[in-house]
Design a protein around this ligand. Structure first.
Ligand code: ATP
Ligand code: MG
Length: 567
């Protein structure tokens, strides 16, 4: 995919299909749905699906449902339901009154199961899970019929009703479709429709002792809701014949939705599997689902990623039919593009080194003007205080500068942003030999940052006043995994021990203390984009780095979307 293709909005094979269906009057209203299972938080892969489903509905004047596929009460929780709703809204989409649950349809699904039994198309199987697995066959060998396959309709109905009534323990029996144990498609080898599960469901409580399988519930839920385009990821391609079998064999099915599969999003240095994300949280590798290192929408929000950047990113990667892996740098580029436009500039020193301006009068200070955004004069200026004692970044000083280092070093002159030229005169060290302070002089004639005699300096560095700045903890995040394609099966071995760097002694411009509860990210000049973390409390400012300034993606012109990778 070229960048040009990827950034052309609005056209992909799904949208082409929808357009053709409308043109041919196969449908008059487009109805899509986003169908999460509430067994975890949404991640950036889901964002692709959300933007596609809600986006298509919006663009073609239809509607998109939010439907919880809540068929497995052992893994599903109200916390996840609430988080999913919040995240979809945050991303900028609205399902209006079209909020549904597979559990809304439990009674109807059950009635259809009885109908299938009456038509000789479903049976209760007493085999153990192991026996069923052994008899399923393999990709090259057909399966074997269950000894219970030819039960009478009456016996099957009786057993299913007693399963429903809670007479049997978990796992004692299942209801299966009677299709074809020799089918080349394993999904068609008498798949399970119902299993016994004595579990408390977030919505139906203990009403049900049996729950439909995902495969049995999914397509029929779409049919009940009149979904015109059932969009899902490629791994469900082999399930489509089964979904069609249900729709063709259930009498009185209200509609026959068509399923279309697209490639799921994979990102370098990232694992997008709810199973793995759940383990990261459960085993304490991260602080929670909203840990800013997580690829979850909650984590990204906390990290300061604007929803607009996610939508732009999804638009850029496009919708294709072949699996691929997208470079995380492309996502960061989208974040920077949005933040660069809107984020106000501030100065912050993350690893402070004290500077004393020896020729600046003791006890005196002054205010200087700093611009809030270099490209947007409407955002105005603010006052920053300059005085005798300042902090600069440790990295901006080298006692023995290497070639090409133009910042502070003994005897060298640099510009302090928005302030004066200063020259380093002396280096103060502690008994361990570490540099703890720089003694400098300033040139009062260079106020505002330029020399009237036209003298040039090669380095400009940021700084804050020692007396006026506020302390803060700044959290800098790196990727959670070391390798570009982390192995989900062995993820713990690949965790990056340096994914979180806590800079406990940072010093910020005082204006950042009042931005306390505003989540809008700012740019710390020369450092990146940062936002306040909810851990901020009175007396303790905490900032997250959303993303650094360096952009590797912009330099890469064409395809950074690498070739096929099978999940
Ligand atoms: P798991 O991560 O365990 O595979 P899941 O992400 O498939 O689970 P669902 O709640 O079923 O969990 O996902 C809801 C919808 O989001 C589905 O339609 C699914 O196809 C889509 N989706 C999930 N992951 C991605 C992804 N990486 N890229 C695009 N769409 C995705
Ligand atoms: Mg799924």
């Amino acid at each position: 995919m070229s960048v040009a293709e990827a950034t052309t909005p609005g056209r992909d094979f799904i949208r082409d299909i929808v357009q053709a269906d409308l043109d041919a009057k196969r449908h008059t209203t487009v109805v899509t749905r986003f169908p999460p299972e509430p067994n975890g938080y949404l991640h950036i892969g889901h964002a692709k699906s959300i933007c596609l489903n809600f986006g298509v509905a919006e663009e073609f004047g239809g509607r998109c449902h939010l439907r919880f596929d809540d068929t497995n009460p052992t893994k599903e929780e109200q916390e996840y339901i609430d988080a999913i709703e919040k995240d979809v809204r945050w991303l900028g989409f609205d399902w209006g009154k079209h909020l549904y649950h597979a559990s809304d349809y439990f009674e109807q699904l059950y009635q259809w199961a009885e109908d299938l039994i009456r038509d000789g198309k479903a049976y209760v199987d007493d085999q153990s899970q192991d026996e069923m697995r052994m008899n399923r066959g393999t990709l090259t060998e057909p399966g074997r019929n269950s000894p219970f396959r030819d039960r009478s309709v009456d016996e099957n109905l009786d057993l299913l009703r007693r399963m429903r009534a809670g007479e049997f323990p978990n796992g004692a029996r299942v209801l299966r479709a009677k299709i074809d144990m020799a089918s080349g498609n394993i999904n068609l080898r008498d798949p399970v429709l119902y299993r016994i599960l004595h579990a408390n469901h977030p919505r139906t409580g203990t009403k049900w002792s049996i729950y439909p399988s995902y495969d049995y519930a999914h397509g029929q839920s779409d049919a009940i809701e009149g979904i015109t385009h059932s969009i899902c990821t490629l791994e469900f391609e082999d399930h489509r014949p089964l979904y069609d079998w249900f729709l063709d064999n259930i009498k009185g099915i209200p509609s026959h939705p068509h399923q279309y599969e697209f490639a799921r999003l994979n990102l370098t240095y990232t694992i997008l599997s709810k199973r793995v994300l759940t383990l990261l949280v459960r085993d304490g590798h991260v602080s929670g689902w909203d840990d800013p290192r997580m690829p979850t929408l909650a984590g990204m929000r906390r990290r300061g990623v604007p929803p607009e950047a996610l939508r732009d990113f999804v638009k850029r990667i496009g919708v294709a039919k072949a699996n691929s892996t997208v470079d995380i740098a492309m996502f960061e580029h989208a974040v920077r593009e949005v933040l660069n436009k809107g984020a106000q500039r501030r100065m912050a020193v993350l690893r402070p080194l004290k500077v004393v301006i020896e020729n600046y009068p003791d006890g005196q200070s002054e205010e200087l003007d700093a611009v809030n955004h270099p490209d947007d004069p409407a955002l105005g200026t603010r006052k920053i205080r300059f005085g005798r004692e300042l902090y600069v970044e440790r990295d901006d000083f080298m006692e023995n500068p290497v070639k090409g280092f133009f910042r502070l070093s003994p005897g060298k002159e640099v510009r302090l942003r928005y302030a004066y030229f200063v020259t380093c005169r002396e280096v103060v060290k502690n008994t361990a030999g570490e540099v703890i302070e720089l003694r400098c002089t300033y040139d009062p004639a260079t106020r505002g940052g330029d020399a009237p005699d036209g003298r040039k300096v090669r380095g400009t560095i940021h700084w804050v006043s020692a007396t006026d700045s506020v302390p803060a903890e700044v959290r800098v995040y790196n990727s959670l995994f070391n390798s570009p394609n982390p192995d989900a099966a062995n993820f713990a071995a690949d965790l990056n021990p340096n994914s979180l760097e806590v800079l406990a002694g940072a010093r910020l411009e005082p204006s950042l203390a009042t931005s306390g509860n505003s989540p809008a990210p700012v740019q710390f000049e020369r450092q990146g984009y940062f936002c306040t973390d909810p851990d901020t409390k009175p007396g303790k400012l905490v900032f997250n780095r959303t993303v650094g300034l360096r952009d590797t993606w912009a330099k890469v012109s064409a395809a950074k979307v690498s070739g096929a990778k099978t999940a």
